[in-house]
Design a protein around this ligand. Structure first.
Ligand code: HEM
Length: 150
């Protein structure tokens, strides 16, 4: 085989290898894991979760009395913003700090756990994957000390 044919073969192999490599990189980009915000269904999915949660709270004798005098429209708006922000969505949270907002309410661990159970159910209803549910809840868990016994 002449040197020039060998060179052409080598060049051809290089082109094929680069093609395989670039398609592997492209397919990786296409199969990137969706972000938590995307898995929550973005703004619309989060709004649905918050609406489901509000219904569950409203039908729960343990939690309902807590929200009797609350401006539910504002609560909804702020909770949507907050869940959007903690899941790294494109939102600003315009509500008060968790410590300020829950100060004086003396919320117990049992109430906190009940709300978390409802939030999980609210997400399950929206068919949010279990792993994404855990990811969101793990971002809210550190708020426990600001929300309870304040
Ligand atoms: C991780 C758990 C919780 C999160 C992330 C959370 C988040 C929020 C947010 C974003 C607001 C609205 C803040 C504002 O409007 O400035 C709020 C208000 C409120 N939350 Fe929570 N909350 C949690 C747990 C609880 C629990 C367990 C209770 C009671 C059982 C509760 C009772 C209230 C009440 C009564 C308000 C209205 C306060 C007011 O407007 O004066 N929260 N919460």
């Amino acid at each position: 085989m002449s040197v020039s044919i060998l060179r052409q073969l080598r060049a051809g192999l290089l082109v094929v290898a680069l093609g395989v490599l670039s398609s592997a990189v492209m397919s990786c980009a296409y199969h990137q894991k969706p972000s938590l915000y995307q898995q929550l269904g973005e703004k619309e999915g989060i709004a649905n979760v918050v609406d489901n949660l509000a219904l569950l709270i409203a039908s729960d004798p343990m939690l309902r009395p807590r929200f009797v005098d609350v401006d539910l429209f504002l609560f909804r708006t702020h909770l949507i913003e907050q869940l959007c922000k903690v899941s790294n969505g494109p939102c600003e949270y315009t509500g008060g700090s968790m410590k300020e907002v829950h100060r004086g309410l003396d919320i117990s661990d049992a109430e906190f756990n009940r709300l978390v159970t409802h939030l999980r159910e609210a997400m399950t209803k929206e068919q949010i994957p279990y792993v994404a549910q855990n990811e969101l809840l793990s971002k809210l868990a550190p708020m426990h000390s600001d929300v309870t016994y304040q």
